[in-house]
Design a protein around this ligand. Structure first.
Ligand SMILES: Cc1cc2nc3c(=O)[nH]c(=O)nc-3n(C[C@H](O)[C@H](O)[C@H](O)COP(=O)(O)O)c2cc1C
Ligand SMILES: CCCCC(=O)C(=O)O
Length: 411
């Protein structure tokens, strides 16, 4: 490369790839607050042990689905309307009957204490913060207790479940969450076993001492702390404790345990969505687990329209995977998502600055969404529909310095 100056369009130094959004200010030596969600990835990578970073970032196999989730947003362009009086944009909505401040929330992710000492307590405080009040889906593998989280949360809490062989343990966690005031159950249906996550395998990923699945007793947490080179402790744990025989008929059992709404997470086809809606499921999360399960599966934004059509308004449809900008949220909402859930960026925020970092990530997405609604001439969520979008050849990769730098480089 002969040009060693700063790229006039992106502001990125083309040689070092340094990013004005995150680089330290030599005068104070303090890193300025990132201007985009991607900036938090760079901070998190600096702060986290390599094995943890790769556990967070990794996808299954070649990570083609991780990339596809992001690329799908680049294939959709926006058709802004003008003269629409956008002096006030209203982002508030409801999910499963609860009012929320913006149509987004935190996707379930195991072990937030890998990112910061307060773990999920920091997350739920951030999500409940002023102007947000958004839902958090708490993983069954949370590193803080449901009761601790309920004491701190001001936004709705939903409990994510894996289908454990030990149905008695499932029943107990459902009862505890219900008693603590959780508002819904989210059954993850894309994980009969763990995807082949090469980064976890390469790093012999296992939980460090002191971090554990606090809501599960020791009978179902084996292997998690055992290091074995060339194998992921999480995969060994999942093989031992997650029941791959889960099928449609099992949903009745779960229904009988609770009066909470039941959401299925990990649906990607019209066929499964229609069947779920026909069974009276209360919500569907279109998800490929952030590309961590079946490598090569369809991008969530691409799967969304067929799921929305198949459900035909019988229950809300949510989406996760690759949400990194307010315009990503806008595109998913325009294709019929009721709200979107955010995964890795919340962990980046937690790793960068605990509760404050997670709050900044969520607030950035909220503020960017508001900007996008105003500039698209759509001041209310009700005004969003597919006419906002145009499909075309993928736009050139955007200012990649503001994207997740690790995914840019590949596994
Ligand atoms: C570190 C990590 C842990 C995760 N743990 C869980 C989990 O315990 N349960 C679950 O249903 N999904 C889990 N997921 C998947 C997320 O809920 C979500 O589907 C995905 O991260 C969304 O994609 P994004 O990270 O690109 O936003 C996890 C994802 C990550 C990155
Ligand atoms: C056994 C599942 C671990 C959490 C998870 O779902 C993930 O890492 O993606």
């Amino acid at each position: 490369m002969t040009d060693t100056g700063t790229d006039p369009v992106t502001g990125t130094d083309p040689v070092t790839g340094t990013d004005p959004a995150t680089d330290a200010d030599p005068a104070t030596d303090a890193a300025p607050r990132p201007l985009t969600v991607g900036g938090y990835a760079a901070l998190a990578k600096d702060r986290l042990p390599a094995a943890t970073w790769h556990y967070f970032q990794g996808g299954a196999g070649t990570e083609s689905t991780v990339r596809a989730n992001r690329a799908a947003y680049r294939q959709v362009r926006l058709r802004p309307r003008v003269l629409a009086d956008v002096s006030r944009c209203d982002l508030s909505t409801t999910v499963l009957g609860d009012p929320i401040g913006a149509p987004l929330g935190v996707a379930p992710m195991a072990y937030h204490q890998l990112a910061c000492a307060d773990g999920e307590v920091a997350t739920v405080r951030a999500a409940g913060g002023s102007g947000l009040r958004v839902p958090t889906i708490v993983s069954i593998f949370a590193s803080r207790t449901f009761e601790d989280l309920a004491a701190e949360a001001t936004g709705p809490l939903w409990l994510q479940l894996y289908w454990l062989h030990r149905r008695d343990v499932l029943r107990t966690v459902v009862r505890r969450a219900e008693a603590a005031g959780f508002r819904a159950l989210v059954l993850t249906v894309d994980t009969p076993r763990l995807g082949r996550r090469l980064r976890e395998v390469r790093h012999g990923f296992h939980l460090p001492p002191g971090i554990a699945a606090r809501n599960l007793d020791g009978e179902v947490t084996g292997f998690l702390h055992d290091r074995q080179d060339g194998s992921s402790a999480l995969a060994r744990h999942a093989d031992a404790f997650i029941d791959p025989s889960l099928s449609w008929s099992d949903l009745d059992w779960l229904r009988e345990q609770t009066r909470l709404p039941l959401v299925l997470k990990g649906v990607l086809t019209a066929e499964d969505a229609a069947r779920a809606a026909g069974l009276g499921i209360d919500g569907i999360v279109v998800s490929n687990h952030g590309g961590r399960q079946l490598d090569g599966s369809v991008a969530t934004l691409d799967a969304l329209p067929e799921v929305v059509a198949a459900v035909g308004g019988r229950c809300p449809v949510f989406l996760d995977g690759g949400i990194r900008h307010g315009t990503d949220v806008l595109k998913a909402l325009a294709l019929g998502a009721r709200a979107v859930f955010v995964g890795r960026p919340v962990l980046w925020g937690l790793a960068a600055d605990g509760e404050a970092g997670a709050r900044e990530v969520l607030t950035l997405l909220r503020d960017e969404l508001e900007d996008a609604m105003a500039l698209a001439g759509r001041p209310s969520l009700a005004a969003l529909g597919p006419e906002l979008l145009a499909r075309g050849p993928a736009a050139a990769a955007p200012n990649e310095s503001y994207e997740d730098p690790d995914l840019r480089k590949g596994p």
